[in-house]
Design a binder for this molecule. Sequence first.
Ligand SMILES: Nc1ncnc2c1ncn2[C@@H]1O[C@H](COP(=O)(O)OP(=O)(O)O)[C@@H](O)[C@H]1O
Ligand SMILES: CSC[C@H]1O[C@H](OP(=O)(O)O)[C@H](O)[C@@H]1O
Length: 406
Amino acid sequence: MSAYHPLNETEAIAIALTLTDVFPAGAALASREIGDGNLNLVFHISDPASGRSIIMKQALPYAKVVGESWPLTLDRARIESEALIQEGKLAPGLVPKVYSYDADLALTIMEDLSDHVIMRRGLIEGGKYPLFAEHISTFLAQTLFFTSDLGMNQQDKKNRVRDFINPELCKITEDLIFDHPYTDADTNNFDEAIRDEAEALWNDGPLQLEVALLREKFLTQAQALLHGDLHTGSIFITPDSTKVIDPEFAYFGPIGFDIGAIIANLLTSFASRGHWDTNEAARDDFRSYLLVMIRDLWTKFDIKFRALWEQHGVDRLAAAAPGYKDDYMLRLLRDTIGYAGSKIVRRIVGLAHVAEIGSIPDAAAREQAQRLALAIGKSLIKLNRSATSIDELIHTAQTAAGSVKV
Ligand SMILES: Nc1ncnc2c1ncn2[C@@H]1O[C@H](COP(=O)(O)OP(=O)(O)O)[C@@H](O)[C@H]1O
Ligand SMILES: CSC[C@H]1O[C@H](OP(=O)(O)O)[C@H](O)[C@@H]1O
């Protein structure tokens, strides 16, 4: 055991060499710090001779994206490793294996997924992932159903809620997603070209009412154990395989928040491929592909969650009360749509942006992508209490973008 300090590459190698079941004694290990996220250190440790490798992820006592002026609990490393272990049990094969967790160093050692690509990057490069909707709907249905009051012992669940109390990371979400974009906050970060859009958000009372309602649910509804930050940068992918990483924001919250997060990031990808994209046919094809993926994802989730409920439901009244299941699923759909909208808006005017839009080199094209994303995001937020079908979300994206066939 060592006292906490941020590791350097040499120290990371020394720790890796103690993993005698992974690396041969005396192996000449190579180490690279590859963390490109907003918060943590990530070391890739490999043994060129045996071809073996691992990932070491270490929490820093502050938010890396801002620096030491933004202190952040190291307990998030415990939350992440416990959530990965839990998700691995409920959705086998859909998260990296956790080899060990060191509480003193806030260090998780896990399976190296470098043979996959980060989905955000894959989508930017036009990658197609035919099994994604199947895989991620299984991940969502399994992890969310079996940690909800529908699928687990309700006394045990209360103890799990306690284990996953995650106030500092939740506060980041409460501020960066559900508050700052709607006021002139210091943390906001947007191109001057869309100042009019930002100021419109600060003055849109009806929109702010919807966001306040979604925020209230995020603050109060311990529906199931969420991943908590399920964007396309938290998903490793190949055409055959999907692996979800980075659940350090995990806590018991509203189910629609996780589903909405993925859909939001598929829609920012959609918005990044606009009429400025010179290959019109390829653009329309890719946009249709994303919308079909979103529809499949929701539809498969709905079918799988209902099937788990039929087979494994633990709540007598929830099963017996006429109309309850349909009412519950409709509420999940509406939450999903509202949270998808909120998570799009934060990626355009809030602190943390997305590469598919931020990396559009032409300023005018980037501005159009940002405006399109905001149009979709705001419409989805406003739809969150009335939608009755995922087709309304698809239609919202199609309408905002002009006609895109699915
Ligand atoms: N299990 C893994 N296998 C391979 N690379 C990984 C793994 N986990 C993380 N990474 C790399 O580190 C980066 C940052 O990891 P992430 O968990 O998203 O950190 P943060 O919490 O700081 O956002 C990822 O984008 C990926 O490139
Ligand atoms: C100050 S944290 C900003 C932002 O970063 C997190 O994402 P990630 O850890 O995947 O880079 C999360 O989305 C936070 O809202």
